[in-house]
Structure formats: structure tokens, C-alpha cells
Ligand binder design. Structure first.
Ligand code: HEC
Ligand code: HEC
Length: 131
């Protein structure tokens, strides 16, 4: 039990922090141009966490807000951060590659698809590598 206690505490604190930061994110969205306007918060956050992971960044990389400050102080709808604008272009590009260029590749069960991570792999700046 003595050994488990710190682990239990860490898990509890970890999930409290996650719940607290989730609660700081707005429930309704005013500036969605590509994602469905009535998207559920849970789905939106899944996409946003996917972006964080694919690029190896945190929310402030694309959104107006200060590193280390609570998410309640962020203005997520703002387009002031140029990385958010680039991210929209990237979303459109990824979608077009999937729906146009890869349309007839792969199989029904395993369609050919790319995602942010196909190129980024945890990096902000994917590098062109020699063949
Ligand atoms: C790689 C850039 C990127 C990262 C990282 C990112 N976002 Fe976003 N976020 C976007 C883009 C682009 C949109 C707008 C999508 C659209 O226009 O449909 C958006 C939209 C949003 C919105 C909706 C705002 C509104 O009212 O229209 C919220 C809330 C949000 N993001 C929260 C987050 C949170 C929380 C994180 C970190 C967990 C995060 N984002 C990380 C790019 C990013
Ligand atoms: C086909 C490959 C590819 C895919 C797929 C892709 N990206 Fe990119 N992305 C790039 C390249 C190349 C750059 C430019 C890197 C540089 O500036 O050196 C870039 C740059 C960016 C930047 C700007 C980084 C900066 O520091 O200015 C953001 C933000 C970004 N991508 C987000 C995304 C998101 C979000 C997705 C998925 C919706 C995505 N990318 C999918 C190749 C890709």
C-alpha cells in the first residue's frame, strides 16, 4: 500500500488537472470554418489533442494565449496566431489529399489515408529527407 500511494496520488492529481483544464474550454464555438459548427466538445478536443501530439506542441502554439497560463485565459476563437491560420491550410490540404488524390487507393477495409502525423511525426517542421 505504501508503494501504491504515490502512484494513486499521481493518477488522481493527473486526472483532476485534466478535468480542470477540460472545464476551462468553452462549450460553444464561434469561429469554426472547417470542422462542423455543432461539433461536441469531446470530439473537438480529440482533434485538438491530436494536433498537439502530431506536431509535438501545446495549445498556445496555435491559439492566442500565454504559455503556462490557464486555458480559461485563452481566446481560442481568435485568428491572431498565424499558426492557427497555417493549420487550417494544412487541414484543407490533408482533406484534399485524402478525398482527391488517394481516393482510389487502398481497399474498402483499409482506405489509403494520411493525417497530420504522416508528415509531422511529432515535429513542428517536418523535414524533407533525401530518398
Ligand atoms: C496545430 C494548431 C492547433 C493546435 C496545436 C490546437 N488547435 Fe485548437 N484550433 C485550431 C484550428 C485551425 C481551429 C479552427 C478549426 C476550424 O476553423 O474549423 C481550432 C479551433 C479551436 C477551438 C474552437 C474555437 C472557436 O470558438 O471557434 C477551440 C476551443 C480549440 N481549438 C481549443 C484547443 C485546445 C484546448 C488545444 C490544446 C489541447 C488546441 N486547440 C490546440 C488549431 C490548433
Ligand atoms: C503532406 C505533409 C504534411 C501534412 C499531411 C501536414 N503537414 Fe503541416 N507542414 C508540412 C510542411 C512541409 C510544413 C512546413 C515546415 C517548415 O516550415 O519547415 C508544415 C507546417 C505546418 C505548420 C506551421 C509550423 C510553423 O512553425 O510555422 C503547422 C501549424 C502545421 N503544419 C499543421 C499541420 C496540421 C494541423 C496538419 C493536419 C491537419 C498538418 N500540418 C498536416 C507538411 C505537412
Amino acid at each position: 500500500m505504501n508503494r501504491l500511494l504515490p502512484i494513486l496520488l499521481a493518477v488522481t492529481i493527473g486526472s483532476l488537472v485534466a478535468t480542470a483544464s477540460f472545464a476551462q474550454i468553452p462549450e460553444t464555438y464561434t469561429n469554426l470554418k472547417l470542422l462542423p459548427k455543432d461539433i461536441q466538445k469531446r470530439q473537438l478536443m480529440q482533434r485538438m489533442r491530436g494536433f498537439n501530439k502530431a506536431l509535438g506542441v501545446k495549445c498556445y502554439f496555435c491559439h492566442k494565449g500565454e504559455e503556462g497560463q490557464p486555458l480559461s485565459t485563452f481566446d481560442f476563437a481568435s485568428n491572431e496566431n498565424k499558426h492557427k491560420v497555417v493549420a487550417r491550410t494544412m487541414m484543407t490540404m490533408t482533406r484534399e489529399i485524402n478525398t482527391k488524390h488517394l481516393k482510389d487507393l487502398g481497399s474498402k477495409d483499409n482506405p489509403a489515408r494520411i493525417s497530420c502525423n504522416t508528415c509531422h511525426q511529432g515535429q513542428k517542421h517536418p523535414e524533407e529527407k533525401p530518398e
